[in-house]
Structures are given as C-alpha cells and as structure tokens.
Write a protein that binds this ligand. Structure first.
Ligand SMILES: Cc1ncc(COP(=O)(O)O)c(C=O)c1O
Length: 431
C-alpha cells in the first residue's frame, strides 16, 4: 500500500466533503492522484499571472507566439501558431469545452436546468474510458455489461484494470432491449457489492440498436432501485454514435440526461466525442462529462489533470482548434445534416434489402435504428468461416462475432453497393 501524499489526502478530503459517493467510488490510483506543486502547477499559475514574461514551460516562443516551422504551418495557414503548436490546457481548450456543453444542452432537452460538469477533452474516446478506469476501477470491482459490446470495454476495464465483468443478454427473446435481464443482473450484483460500474451504449456497437423512451425509463428505474438499496453506481454512458438516429420511435437524446441528478448514489459520466458524430476519427478529440455540479467537479478536475498528465499529457491543440472552429462556421449544422442523410439513406437501404424472402433461410437481422452498423444472426454456417470466405473469394471485409453473428458497417458502403454486398454475403453462406 503506497502512502498517500498530503496533497492527495487534501484533495480526497475535498471530494469527500462535496460528494462522499464519488470518494467511495475512487480507485486506489484515483485516491493517490494529485497535481504536484511542480512545473505544471507553477506554469498554470504563471499562465494566469505572468503578464510580462513567462519562462516556465518546456516550449519555445518567438515573436510572442509559439515557435514553429513554416513548412508545417503552411498546411494550416488560417490558425494562429498558438492554436496549433502550443500545449493545450490539460483539460482541453476552455472555449471548445464550453461550446461542447452548449451543444449538449441544445441536443438533450432532459439536461435543461440540470447541473453538470464542463466537458473535459480527452485524446479520443478510448482515452476517456481509460481515464475513467484509472480514476474509478480497482481489481475485482464489478462491471455490468451486456453480452454484445464494443470489445475494448473488456480490454480496458477487464484486462487493464482487473474488473470482474458480469453480463446479461442484450436482447430478450423478442429481440427487444432486455431491460428485465439488465434489471435482474443489476439487482443481483447490487445484493453482493456496494460499488457497481455500468456501461450503457446507445446507439449501440455492434448492433446499431437505439433505446426508446419506455426502455430508457425501465433502465433508469432499475438503476435507481439499486441505488435506493444502498449500492453506489458509476454509470458510464458511451455516446460515440450520438445523434445518428434513423427512426422516429427511438429516444433522440442521451440517457445521460435521465441519469443526471436522479439519485445521490448514481454518478453518471458521459463519454462522447468528435470521432464518430463529427466524422473526425483521426483527430482524437473526445469528451468526458460528469453529471455533477461545479463544486463537485473542482477537485475531480484536479484528479483528471493528474491522470491526463501521466497518460497523454493533453489532447492535440490543432485537433481541438479544428473541432472548435468548425462548430462556429455557418455551414456546420447543414454539413452535419447532409452526412447524417447519407448514413440514414444507407441504413434504410439495408432495411429494404436485408429482410428479403430469399434470405430468410440464411439469417435474421437484429433490430437496428441508428449508428454505423447492423448485425445478422446466421441460421446456417459459421460466422468466422463465412467472413474468411468473403474476404478470400470476394475481397469483402465484414466482422464475425462469435459463431453466429456478423457485423456489417454499412457506414463504409455506398448505398448503390448495399444490395450487392448482401447478395454476396448470401452467396458466401451458401458456398
Ligand atoms: C461504442 C464505441 N465507443 C467508443 C469508441 C472509441 O472511439 P475513439 O476512436 O474516439 O477512441 C468506439 C470506436 O469504435 C465505439 O464503437
């Protein structure tokens, strides 16, 4: 057991006084973390006060702005050198953080009037998950997940942090969201453990399923019941595919708003980003937003600074500038709408094609209303064999999941190719 630094103790006491549940949920690394009174804090202080000369940071200045090579500057001529080359603040550019929050409120009516933190910028969403793992997950902590997931949850929380993963079937026998199964599994876990971690992901990877409001009500009620029973829950809401809903019957906002301020034992954190919803995968700009108020966020942000400093040390300045500047352009909304329409047309085309009578002996499609993907469940053949055959014989790549499921990222396929894609999958199954 490593002895806690007095600064970590002080920070922990602050967290305990503003939100004892957050304190109880901290991992041992989370408890140990603090921003040392070293170069970082001195240079943060100088950023605020050193109006004459700031000779604190390990960077170089020229003509009052970030030194740089003209050869690279020419590729982003519109941005000031400081907005490309200098270090961004550890928690991200404040203007971008505020703008993301404004957008979040506009797109999530349930958040209206609720207090929640200013989004913290991460180096892509995966980094956000990793930070949450660092801050909250210790070996043996219980993580409740459905049986169909984005595989990186296992790697981050299971392999890296040693969480014990307990699962429930994502779909019920009618291929609707298995809210009863979720509720039972959570109740059971709550009877055995005080600390619980849950991940909710809608629109869902791999199936493309989106939650509807009745299912969201049942899900939040189940969580609330367990919280009322005395468990303390960290609910991680993975909103990677936020906004990409192609169906009027599903919830067009994040369940994060429903969970925020729901019960003191529920600590919701939303992970989203520019990655999928702004079509900027390689920019690596993600956001972490806690359903906690400003007072509660202050010490938690310090913990985050400490953890960011020992991982990426901060997200790329240029990427943040690009995302922020794009959000301020007059074309931003209409361009997003246009890309959304393209993806929606592909999703509707898949719907038109995938249920054809000629395929019914081969597969059934899991319901899908959103995101980038859909999955089929094979009635004959082995999914991995079919995948390899498709790749080797037809030069087509899709993903096999277990023995029976195939995931098709129709987001990567032109609408005009969709019929032929499914015809070829059918041929490969019959081969
Ligand atoms: C559900 C889900 N969450 C998170 C991510 C990771 O996003 P990022 O590339 O920003 O790390 C992905 C990427 O495939 C995803 O499908």
């Amino acid at each position: 057991m490593i002895e806690l630094n007095p600064l970590a103790i002080e920070l922990n006491e602050k967290i305990q006084s503003v939100n004892p549940v957050v304190f109880d949920l901290l991992s041992s690394l989370g408890q140990r973390s603090y921003v040392s009174r070293g170069i970082l804090s001195q240079s943060m202080e100088a950023n605020l006060k050193a109006y004459r000369l700031n000779a604190t940071r390990a960077a170089a200045l020229e003509n009052d702005s970030a030194m740089h090579l003209e050869s690279s500057r020419g590729f982003a001529p519109e941005f000031a050198p400081n907005m490309i080359y200098s270090y961004a603040p550890a928690l991200g550019q404040i203007e971008l953080r505020k703008q993301w929050k404004i957008q979040m409120i506009a797109e999530n009516p349930t958040l209206e009037g609720k207090s929640f933190g200013t989004p913290i910028v991460t180096s892509g969403m995966t980094h956000g998950f990793s930070l949450i793992g660092d801050l909250f997950v210790d070996e043996g902590d219980v993580l409740v997940l459905p049986d169909k997931i984005w595989g990186n949850y296992q790697s981050i929380f299971g392999r890296k942090h040693g969480a014990e993963i307990v699962t429930y079937p994502f779909f019920n026998s009618q291929y609707r969201l298995n809210t009863n199964g979720f509720s039972e599994r959570l109740m059971q876990a709550g009877e055995q453990h005080k600390k619980l971690i849950v991940i909710l992901n809608f629109p869902h990877n791999p199936t493309g399923y989106a939650i509807n409001s009745e299912e969201a009500r049942q899900t939040t009620q189940a969580i609330k019941r367990v919280a009322e029973g005395g468990s303390q829950l960290l609910i991680i809401v993975d909103d990677a595919y936020f906004g990409l809903w192609y169906d009027g019957d599903v919830l067009h906002e994040s369940i994060f708003g429903w969970l925020t301020n729901l019960h003191p034992n529920i600590i919701p954190v939303k992970i989203d980003g520019a990655t999928k919803q702004e079509y900027a995968w390689g920019l690596r700009v993600g956001f972490l937003t806690f359903g906690l108020d400003e007072e509660e966020m202050k010490p938690l942000e310090e913990k985050m600074i400490a953890l960011i400093r020992v991982s990426t040390s901060g997200a790329a300045q240029l990427s943040q500038t690009m995302v922020y500047q794009a959000m301020g352009t007059p074309e931003y909304k209409s361009e997003k709408q246009q890309k959304y329409e393209i993806l929606k047309a592909r999703a509707l085309k898949v719907r038109e094609v995938v249920y054809a009578a000629s395929y019914t002996e081969l597969w059934e499609a899991y319901p899908f209303q959103a995101g980038y993907f859909m999955c089929i469940r094979l009635k004959q053949g082995n999914a991995e064999v079919v995948r390899q055959h498709l790749l080797d014989e037809y030069g087509i790549g899709i993903v096999s999941l277990g023995d029976n499921d195939l995931r098709i990222a129709y987001s990567c396929v032109e609408e005009s190719e969709i019929q032929s894609l499914f015809d070829t999958i059918a041929e490969a199954i019959r081969a």
